[in-house]
Design a protein around this ligand. Structure first.
Ligand code: GLN
Length: 268
């Protein structure tokens, strides 16, 4: 009898150990907010004839989803022209703006084009291509707003896209407690329309698109800050960086870049 009890006890122990030590696989809890970060670690670096461009496709006219569901815009077309010169094609990966720099640094995408501003802080993590466009941070308000310039922003509720230069500047200048972060410009502008924020600080060309798409908004004439846009690469990816710059220089010299910009931005 004792022997049987001992055998049963050993069996129970073995079963308990299987359950506890992973003999049984439980589905892992997932946190959708962390999905992009998980991809960065798990995806091997892309290779071959496709260049994966990371962007946030809610930033017209630089990148947006066209009516037919394809990705369009200045960045998408310049990237496609560059890739063509390199004998490659572009695959667009639409991500949250905040995830782009970690993704390219981690190697899950080949480069970023996202109306991305060159900053010294970002240069610590990624390398930038030559500049292909200029951006200006502007202030969007409701038509009847009492905000007339950046001097009036003190104590106001300011909407921004999380992680953008607009976010960084206004957080520095007016304090985090006055800044509401949104995942993209469209959501920030919606919050302005709904009265959740008093203004939105964002790049000028997307600002024009958002104001045209929403009644009762205007862009203040005073510019907040001027900046340069460039593509970003992982620091170790000097080969692609150099090839990209060479192709971009040719496309600037032969007028292709300007004609792409003119297609999307009509001079006032
Ligand atoms: N130019 C801004 C930046 O680089 C915003 C870019 C964007 O939202 N796509 O931070």
């Amino acid at each position: 009898m004792k022997k049987i009890i001992a055998i049963l006890a050993v069996m129970a122990l073995v079963i308990a150990c299987f359950a506890a030590c992973g003999g049984k696989t439980e589905p892992k809890a997932t946190n959708s907010d962390a999905d992009t970060t998980a991809e960065i670690v798990e995806n091997p670096a892309p290779t071959g004839d496709t260049l994966v461009m990371g962007t946030n496709a809610a930033f017209p006219p630089y990148e947006f989803v066209a009516e037919d569901g394809s990705y369009a815009g200045i960045d998408v077309e310049i990237a496609t022209a560059v890739a063509e010169k390199l004998g490659k094609t572009v695959e667009v990966k639409d991500m949250e703006f905040d995830s782009l720099i970690p993704a390219v640094a981690g190697g899950s995408i080949d480069f970023v084009m996202a109306g991305l501003t060159v900053t010294d802080e970002r240069k610590e993590t990624v390398d930038f291509s030559d500049t292909y466009a200029t951006g200006v941070q502007v202030i969007i308000v409701k038509e009847d707003s009492d905000i007339a310039s950046a001097d009036d922003l003190e104590g106001k509720k300011i909407g921004v896209q999380a992680g953008t230069t607009g976010d960084i500047y206004v957080t520095d200048d007016y304090g985090q407690e006055n800044v509401s972060q949104f995942n993209n410009g469209s959501l920030a502008v919606q919050a302005l329309v709904n009265g959740q924020v008093d203004c939105v600080v964002i790049d000028n060309e997307p600002a024009k698109n958002f104001v045209a798409a929403n009644e009762g908004l205007k862009i203040l004439a005073t510019e907040y800050i001027t900046e340069d846009y460039a593509a970003a690469f992982a620091k170790e990816n000097t080969e692609l960086h150099d090839q990209f710059n060479a192709a971009l220089a040719e496309l600037i010299a032969d007028g292709t870049v300007q004609s792409i910009i003119d297609k999307y931005i009509t001079a006032e």
